[in-house]
Write a protein of this length. Structure first.
Length: 390
């Protein structure tokens, strides 16, 4: 047994004599990390939310996928193969592909994307009540852009951490943008790019030419603009005047141009389903006081009836009132027709607030489901009824 006594201590010493690296678990060298940056090929600005896909040495099978961050950077960890192909994709940009060897994987990739023909907007969101300066910008807005031509939602930012964002509106498309923020009226903007006779038509957003970047390039196929979006704070009693609501003498029937204005108002009211409003009609100082009160009340009611019956606006969220000549904007009695016209007006006044039933619905849902507003209102009615009958 002597040999057991001699060999056993030697055996116990062997692990201590072996270098540490030889008994550690080997490092996994079958994985590699690919890093890079995606940017606008013309301006050099980093591009976020770019879809980046990595393919294997056959250049067919995807071995990794990610999206670029706010600084345009991306990282993909994948299995180690001889060569790779990386593809970067982003709406309104041409796809970019690069093939590289595994030996080059330590070198960060620079992917410059070329914009498709269209117009690039750098957009800043402001509080409408104040001047346009960095102090009065609005953060934490919900921003969405929907392409009506392709029926795809192309931008969805639940809470924009800053007051600026950029987007490229591609040629041949009609876009709808919706900007929302608690405490402010939701703002819808329509953008037409080389469609319906519009080279670039924007409804609801201020535009100014930038001072430092070229306005147009590539035979006017690509343009760069600065855009401003003003959000209006919600305040009880705030008024908005409606234009083009005209009536024939001594009548309250709606004329075609008035219906067009009311159709636009219905879109605004559906986008802002969290407010209750009063539609008020005003006359000038001519005529008897009682007569003007009665006429203006009938005119206001005809507008509300149209919005409820033809556009499906929830009757509980809108009321009407005729003011006659009780709220003249000037004290004019014997004056010009232009001065009288200033007093003859139709206004919307915010009179109440409720929880916005469409806040958690996407712009895509709002546009594509034409009955969404009606469904939501019916649900709210049923919920209110159930609460009362408990």
């Amino acid at each position: 047994m002597w040999y057991l006594k001699t060999l056993l201590p030697i055996a116990l010493l062997i692990p201590a004599l072996i270098p540490a690296q030889e008994i550690n678990t080997p490092i996994n060298t079958s994985l590699v990390r690919t890093e890079g940056t995606v940017f606008d090929q013309v301006s050099g600005a980093p591009l976020s939310q770019v879809s980046v896909t990595l393919y294997d040495d056959m250049l067919k099978k995807a071995v990794g996928h990610t999206e670029s961050d706010a600084n345009g950077r991306f990282t993909i960890t994948s299995a180690k193969v001889t060569r790779y192909k990386v593809r970067a994709e982003k709406p309104t940009f041409f796809d970019k592909e690069i093939i590289f060897d595994v030996l080059d994987v330590d070198t960060p990739l620079n992917l410059g994307l070329e914009r498709k023909p269209g117009y690039v907007f750098d957009i800043t969101i402001f509080d409408k009540a104040f001047d346009h300066n960095p102090i009065n910008t609005l953060r934490d807005c919900k921003v969405e852009i929907y392409n009506n031509t392709t029926q795809q939602q192309e931008l969805a930012i639940e809470r924009l951490p800053k007051s600026t964002f950029n987007f490229s509106f591609a040629e041949g498309n009609h876009y709808t943008m919706l900007v929302r923020k608690p405490g402010y009226l939701n703002r819808r903007i329509e953008v037409y790019v080389n469609i319906n006779g519009c080279i670039l038509c924007v409804d609801g957003m201020g535009i100014k030419e930038p001072d430092l970047v070229p306005l147009m390039t590539k035979r006017n196929e690509v343009g760069y603009f600065l855009g401003t979006i003003d959000l209006d704070s919600i305040q009880i009693g705030k008024r908005f005047q409606l234009n083009n609501i005209y009536y024939d003498f001594d009548k309250w029937d709606l004329r075609p141009e008035a219906m067009t204005t009311l159709d636009k108002l219905s879109v605004f009211l559906k986008d802002n389903a969290g407010i209750k409003v009063e539609l008020g009609s005003h006359t000038d100082a001519r005529g008897a006081d009682e007569y003007n009160l009665t006429l203006s009340d009938k005119r206001a009611k005809s507008c509300v009836d149209y919005l409820v019956s033809n556009q499906g606006i929830h009757a509980d969220n809108i009321t009407w009132k005729g003011y006659g000549e009780t709220q003249l904007l000037n004290s004019c009695t014997n004056c010009s027709e232009a001065a009288h016209q200033l007093n003859r007006r139709t206004e919307i006044k915010i009179i109440g607030l409720i929880q916005d039933p469409l806040w958690f619905k996407s712009l895509k849902q709002i546009i594509e489901d034409k009955d969404l507003y009606r469904k939501i209102i019916q649900q709210e009615k049923q919920r209110s009824f159930n609460a009362k009958t408990k």
